[in-house]
Design a protein around this ligand. Structure first.
Ligand SMILES: N[C@@H](CCC[C@H](N)C(=O)O)C(=O)O
Length: 278
């Protein structure tokens, strides 16, 4: 029987960036706690907490912190731009620094605090078929699927479709079909983008392992890269996603992203919940 004030459980934070929502564990100074079953149980919006991604901060021997990500279906995500920005905000709020290095599975990323805004360098895009990865060698700028998407890796796979009217797209139906297309051996995230101007894009997203979300930072980076590569936009764009606005700037050293961060609440998972995770 669980008590209403179980102090023996596991503390966590809830954050969001433009409506892309996260559970964050701060595991500095202790062993990592996340397992695939725990991520799946916590990601359940009815029986758990609910999140688009779970992020776990860990001590690092190569950067200021290590950061790992899980999707709500329990699968691992190699990159998560909006969660990286939220974690950077949390660490900047501790005070004493305006630069951070964050090691993720794709490498060490840099975050900067400039005039109160958190900027994250999500790294250079991966444009080769085996980096994304795709199932065989091909021109990643024009994938052999209806709608002529471009494939871009940002530490995770993305298929970016350019459309005339993003509101006319059934994101769930098309996104799910593309996520599981055999072209993508590790499945893929799927973006639908409407170019409004040389410096403005409207984008909706289907995330691998999670489904429709209100924003996807790495997806926004991939979309900005694909639009610039196809000559549709400049390399710096504003992007309207379902949950707000992001700014992307594809520079020599990588794709820099900025956008909102919000700390929603802190809470403790009960011991009973943790014991029920299978
Ligand atoms: N919301 C994230 C991306 C999430 C990762 C994705 N679902 C995957 O499995 O690759 C972001 O802000 O980048």
């Amino acid at each position: 029987m669980s008590t209403t004030r179980d102090q023996t459980g596991l503390p966590f934070m809830k954050w969001h960036g433009a409506g892309n929502d996260f559970v964050i564990f701060d595991s500095r100074g202790r062993s990592a706690v996340t397992t695939e079953p725990l991520a799946r149980a916590l990601g359940d919006r009815h029986r758990g907490v609910g999140f688009d991604q779970l992020a776990e901060i860990r001590d690092s021997d190569a950067a200021d912190i290590d950061l790992d990500f899980w999707n709500s279906d329990g699968s691992r995500a190699g990159a998560c731009g909006n969660a990286t920005r939220c974690v950077a905000r949390y660490l900047f709020d501790e005070g004493g620094r305006d630069r951070l290095t964050i090691r993720t599975t794709r490498g060490v990323l840099e975050a900067r605090l400039v005039d109160g805004a958190v900027h994250v360098n999500m790294g250079p895009p991966q444009m080769m078929w085996d980096e994304i990865p795709l199932s065989r060698a091909m021109d990643t700028r024009h994938l052999p699927l209806d709608g002529d998407p471009m494939g871009v890796g940002m530490g995770n796979p993305h298929a970016v479709f350019f459309v005339d009217d993003v509101n006319a797209i059934d994101v769930a139906e098309r996104g799910r079909a593309v996520e599981f297309d055999p072209l993508f051996p590790q499945r893929t995230n799927v973006e639908f983008a409407e170019v409004r101007a040389l410096d403005e894009i409207r984008m909706r997203v289907w995330e691998r392992g999670t489904g429709i979300t209100l924003a996807c930072g790495s997806g926004a980076c991939a979309t900005a890269v694909a639009a610039a590569e196809r000559g549709l936009t400049d390399r710096k764009v504003r992007m309207e996603v379902d949950g707000g606005w992001l700014t992307l700037d594809w520079r020599e050293d990588g794709v820099w992203m900025t956008g909102p961060t919000a700390h929603v609440f802190d809470a403790v998972l009960t011991k009973a919940f943790l014991e029920g995770v299978e």
